[in-house]
Design a protein around this ligand. Structure first.
Ligand code: ZN
Length: 91
């Protein structure tokens, strides 16, 4: 194999790679709803789901390990402190 051939082989992309690079660049987790329910609603939902996953420090031990147990109920995975916060984000 010459040096030129090697470069071509390395740069060739599979279709799977192309999809993973740009398929949900804008819609993110709201992509699971496809084209349904309207663009604005899907965007609002995306903001909520992002805030829900955001790593915020625990008010008790300051470690970023908060988990949402249910609406407004949050628990730290490290020190197990449980507290009431906002519905979709700890505070
Ligand atoms: Zn904690």
């Amino acid at each position: 194999m010459s040096a030129d051939t090697f470069v071509i082989v390395v740069m060739k992309r599979t279709s799977r790679e192309v999809y993973s690079m740009g398929k949900t660049k804008k819609v993110g987790a709201a992509g699971k709803y496809g084209v349904r329910y309207g663009r604005k609603i899907r965007q609002r939902l995306l903001a909520v789901e992002k805030a829900k996953k955001e790593k915020k420090p625990c008010p008790s031990c300051t470690k970023p390990a908060l988990k949402r147990l249910s609406v407004g109920v949050w628990q730290c995975k490290k020190c197990r402190a449980k507290f009431a916060g906002k519905a979709y984000k700890p505070y």
